[in-house]
Design a binder for this molecule. Structure first.
Ligand code: ADP
Length: 399
């Protein structure tokens, strides 16, 4: 019998990540990335059966062209007959979607409505859904939402202290993002600790270009740092995270327009803004090792804010079993992990230098050596695998 694979599509604002995954093992038969979509230098790179290739895209190619090339690739290599469904990452599912769903016309119009809350992402996700539906019209299409995992948060965690009518009439509340990643690493952490997840409480820190932290009690999200939009919370690559809301009026009084304020907070702040070097953590770390004062400042603020968030998330959890580090920074930066753990000695955490250095470049592991109290664990995330698993589950349930 031919193996049953899932095509996973993740349409970002100017990128398309894709993979063909065995949902049982997580093995990726094909994986790739189309970047700089809409720009002169749009390109598509992929790995098929462990061989890397690059395909030219026409200048200014958009998502639709990239998916069309991907479909040709899939057909050329006779992979489509092995597919059982297509899983789409959808960024914003609002309050309507608490789990993954089979895509219907109603689901499509709900995702379109939610575009006001995620104007860069939901429209791109919809293009992915529409193009893939045309190309693979016999296959079920499944939507997996970044927000769904956080729908278990209680109202005290998701409501802002604003007039309640803003929530009732305009759905202004905390939604949270990176849900599939926080879900995945919490499940993996339970396996590493060899205990049922129902008996465990975690704080997971997803530290990539975007950064967010989630308090997970017995497998359920009870608080998370990103809010109505992915701008709130931790300091990120180019995003500020939390600032005084009074800043907006102050910047406006300086003559900044709404668009300029948005750009300043989303694209010019965070690690890039403070270091004045880069949003790439590797470059900042190199400068930090050479005692560059602004690189030191940027990493100090990043780690201090993260440690404060971790400490505050013990409030909804009561007992804490482990802090999980994931995402490009969390999985690789032993420096940041060590700085953060050294700020959290009040919880009894003590870094194990050797284990911390070993847990990098795809290697998971416990990186603390305290006998009692919570541990810190590094776990590489795999959002694509969660999307493939959810897709396969829904396809089987609806056969
Ligand atoms: P995205 O949110 O776009 O998926 P990633 O999870 O890939 O991003 O994370 C990107 C971040 O991870 C960048 O800041 C990058 O510098 C950082 N990173 C990747 N490798 C390392 C490393 N070896 N050391 C420190 N930071 C790293």
């Amino acid at each position: 019998m031919s193996q049953q694979y899932v095509l996973v599509l993740n349409c970002g604002s100017s990128s398309l990540k894709f993979a063909i995954i065995d949902p049982q093992s997580g093995h990726e038969k094909l994986s790739g990335l189309a970047e700089c979509l809409g720009l002169e230098n749009a390109s598509l790179k992929y790995t098929l059966n462990d061989i890397k290739q690059t395909l030219p895209l026409i200048p200014n190619a958009e998502h639709t062209q990239a998916i069309t090339i991907l479909v040709q690739l899939i057909n050329e290599h006779q992979l489509s007959s092995q597919l059982i469904g297509v899983g789409h990452r959808v960024v914003h599912g609002g309050e309507q979607f608490t789990r993954s769903v089979i895509i219907t016309d109603e689901v499509i119009s709900a995702i379109a409505q939610m575009s006001t809350l995620a104007p860069l992402h939901n429209p791109a996700n919809l293009i992915g859904i529409q193009t893939a539906t045309k190309a693979f019209n016999s296959l079920p299409q499944i939507a997996v939402f970044d927000t769904a995992f956080h729908q278990t948060m209680p109202s005290q965690a998701y409501l802002y202290a604003l007039p309640y009518s803003l929530y009732k009439n305009h759905a202004v509340r905390r939604y949270g993002f990176h849900g599939t990643s926080h879900y995945f690493v919490s499940q993996q952490a339970a396996k590493i600790l060899q205990k049922p997840i129902s008996n465990l409480n975690f704080i997971s820190a997803h530290l990539g270009n975007g950064c967010s932290i989630t308090a997970i009690k017995s497998g359920k999200s009870v608080d998370t740092s990103m809010g109505l939009t992915p701008l709130e919370g931790l300091m990120m690559g180019t995003r500020s995270g939390d600032v005084d809301p009074g800043l907006f009026t102050f910047l406006a009084s300086l003559g900044y327009t709404n668009i300029q304020i948005d750009e300043l907070l989303n694209k010019k702040s965070g690690l890039l803004g403070l270091s004045e070097l880069s949003n790439d953590c590797r470059i900042i770390e190199e400068a930090y090792e050479k005692q560059d004062p602004q690189a030191i400042l940027a990493l100090d603020v990043f780690c201090y804010r993260l440690a404060k968030y971790i400490a505050s998330y013990t409030v909804p959890l009561g007992q804490l079993d482990a802090i999980i580090f994931t995402g490009g920074i969390g999985e690789n930066s032993s420096l940041i992990r060590e700085k953060v753990i050294n700020l959290l000695t009040i919880f009894g955490l003590s870094i194990d230098h050797d284990k911390n250095l070993l847990a990098r470049f795809g290697q998971s592991g416990i990186i603390t050596n305290n006998k009692k109290g919570p541990q810190a664990i590094v776990i590489p995330t795999n959002e694509e695998w969660v999307i493939a698993l959810d897709t396969a589950t829904l396809v089987l349930e609806n056969k």
